[in-house]
Design a protein around this ligand. Structure first.
Ligand code: FFO
Ligand code: ATP
Length: 212
């Protein structure tokens, strides 16, 4: 697929997936969201010891605030993305329950003037995802640009509802695949052969930490 065709196709998919996501009935969304929160908080014990970049929910995305509250109570430091400008990477700044907030150019809340955090992991909302662990986002390239500038690269954990899965998103050179994708059905680990489902306990064994 040429670049122009793939951009056009991506734009159509974005519109379609956004509509699908907004049509999820409220009760279904609660059940699916609880399942994602449980998989995130139980499948990745390492997060309790980390500085984690999360996001403030927008347009029917999985709401990560319960996971944020839980992980913070267990010792994690949390941050949210700040949009510095179009074409720029995101900056992560500290968030805690009750932190002062303001709105960015998309109407998404972010902390008002708290300290910048270098994150160890990023929990990334996916508008769509594919069998190789690639992400379809809103089309501004913020997360790809952010991951590309971070060294060492943080662990990238995508969160998404299973119904937003596509065979391929026709990845381009700048697209960076997720290390893990958590859905309401399973934890998927990216391998060269595609996404591999892991049980919560297998995932926890791989993403554990040693207390000193
Ligand atoms: N919750 C959340 N926060 C996030 C992101 C995200 O995907 N989800 N981002 C991930 O990048 C960054 C913000 N990027 C965004 C990019 C586009 C749109 C959006 O709604 N775009 C509209 C057009 C709006 C406009 O141009 O004024 C659209 O696509 O229709 C929202 C956020 C940082 N914060
Ligand atoms: N590392 C990068 N450096 C410079 N430009 C980039 C980089 N990554 C992505 N871009 C640019 O960002 C634009 C959008 O990328 P893409 O279509 O992959 O968006 P997306 O990943 O679906 O959306 P988003 O990350 O905003 O949610 C593209 O025009 C691309 O060239």
């Amino acid at each position: 697929m040429s670049n122009v065709t793939s951009q056009h196709w991506k734009q159509q998919q974005r519109t379609h997936l956004r509509e699908l996501r907004l049509q999820i009935p409220a009760a279904q969304r609660v059940l699916w969201s609880d399942a994602i929160t449980a998989a995130l908080t139980q499948g990745f014990p390492i997060l309790e010891n980390q500085r984690i970049g999360f996001y403030w929910p927008h347009q029917g995305e999985y709401d990560p605030v319960p996971a944020m509250t839980d992980l913070r109570a267990r010792g994690a430091t949390l941050a949210l993305p700040e949009v510095i400008g179009k074409g720029e990477p995101l900056r992560f700044i500290e968030w805690w329950p009750g932190a002062p907030m303001k709105k960015d150019i998309y109407g998404i809340s972010f902390p008002d003037n708290t300290r910048e955090i270098t994150v160890d992991s990023i929990i990334i909302p996916l508008l769509g995802f594919d069998e190789q662990g690639y992400r379809l986002g809103y089309g501004s390239g913020y997360f790809d640009r952010t991951l590309a500038t971070m060294n060492p690269r943080p662990l990238a954990i995508g969160v998404v509802f299973e119904m937003l899965r596509l065979p391929t998103i026709h990845p381009q050179q700048h697209d960076i695949p997720m290390d893990y994708i958590v859905t309401e059905q399973s934890i998927l680990c990216r391998t060269d052969a595609g996404l591999m489902p892991l049980t919560v306990s297998d995932c926890a064994a791989r993403n554990s930490f040693v207390r000193d």
